[in-house]
Design a protein around this ligand. Structure first.
Ligand SMILES: [Zn+2]
Length: 64
């Protein structure tokens, strides 16, 4: 039995997604999937994202 060499990957060009909890808290929430870090800057912030460890998300949300 052979293993398929290419799995179904419809979003190959995207390696980020949005963290719902952070997004609901009016934060950017952009998640860098390779390391699981999340941008905790305000939604619509200028410039690049500042990816923080997932452990910082709850604290950032509670500070609002
Ligand atoms: Zn961001």
């Amino acid at each position: 039995m052979s293993i398929p060499s290419n799995h179904d990957d419809t979003n190959a060009s995207h390696n980020v997604e949005t963290n719902t909890a952070a997004s609901d808290a009016e934060l950017c929430g952009m998640t860098h999937l390779p390391n699981g870090r999340v941008c905790l800057l305000p939604k619509g912030h200028p410039g690049g994202c500042d990816f923080r460890p997932e452990s910082d998300i709850e604290a950032a949300i509670k500070l609002r």
